[in-house]
Design a protein around this ligand. Sequence first.
Ligand SMILES: C[S@@+](CC[C@H](N)C(=O)[O-])C[C@H]1O[C@@H](n2cnc3c(N)ncnc32)[C@H](O)[C@@H]1O
Ligand SMILES: [Zn+2]
Length: 389
Amino acid sequence: MRLIKVKEGTTILLVPDFSEYFRKGSYDPSRATVFYNPKMEFSRDIGVMVLREIAKNRGNLLICDPLAGMGARGIRYTKEVGGISKCIINDINKSAIPIIMENIKINNLENIVEVECKDANLLLIEHSKRGERFDFIDLDPFGSPVNFFDASIRALKNGGILAFTATDTAPLCGVYQKACFRKYGAISIKTEFCHEVGLRILLGSFVQASIKHDFGVEVLLSYSVDHYFRAYVRLDLGARKADASASLLGYILYCEKCGWRTSTHLNERMINDCPSCLLEVKRVGPLWLGKIANREFLISINNQNISELNTYRRIKKLMDLLIEECEMPITYFSVDRICSRLKISPPPISSIIEKLRGMGYRASRTHFNSKGFKTEAPMEMIVDIILRR
Ligand SMILES: C[S@@+](CC[C@H](N)C(=O)[O-])C[C@H]1O[C@@H](n2cnc3c(N)ncnc32)[C@H](O)[C@@H]1O
Ligand SMILES: [Zn+2]
């Protein structure tokens, strides 16, 4: 395996030479002996920003990168965040270990970073004792993170933060519904707002894992981009906090014919039929009905000076959208889908949002879909505004 040097943020990394792993015109990281995906630099950059924010309030951080590949996350966090007293980097792949070691050396982090080559669940459980637990764990698996939720929750301090990635978007977005039920115990749907459904099923499944341990969950930041979902959640111990999180689980009810939708909490009466067409609605979930991000946290992150990060323009765009949408109602509308039902050409989204706001409704764009918008206005009003353009 030939290695090359890349620079992410202020960190130099030795990584497998991508040019050896091209398939059908694009780089396929799963073919490399040791995993590195240059496209995930955006996700790692955001990880650095989140951890910088966390480090402002928690000193001497003990962090863990249990599914590390060649160690990009753990090494970057330790080098670029500051305030980290110890980082454990782990990967089950023996071939990854010499590369991780070399990366630690070239970044002068030998005194802070330790390396392990174990099953991630085993490593995390070894750190589940009081005094051994982490302030921050970053779960970055192939596919779904669910198999690592339980051990991660046990290995986190009270008030600790877990980051997780899910790349199994096809099950979560309703393409493979049986696989979604197997992994997440939820019914997904392939529909105009399927990316929000996918993210909320993922978060809902994490909340269900946390409340078993009497942890309440606060979602600091979560999003859907490219081929993956990503979340940063804070865990706080207490049966009442866990109950409060449990009360934010529920279902989305959706009419496939007219697009009408609503959400319902687990203890509420289910609506079976669409009030407009009287057809049976689809029940999607259980899923997370709480906020997908904490607005103050986003604003604070957005104020960081991140000019050294290669993806800063894209980050700024995502953060601005999330700040705009994070307190808006659940689900979004697709202007293309509404207009295809109405058999008309779609107007610009900005004009729809402007008109809805002009009528006193809250309305915003959404990061989930560039042709999507969120609003509290009823379906008839949205259709009316589009038809009257
Ligand atoms: C998606 S890659 C990680 C990429 C890395 N975090 C990055 O940002 O470059 C997933 C990694 O998990 C490792 N892995 C898979 N199953 C594991 C397990 N049970 N325990 C520890 N590592 C595991 C794989 O060897 C692979 O390197
Ligand atoms: Zn309907």
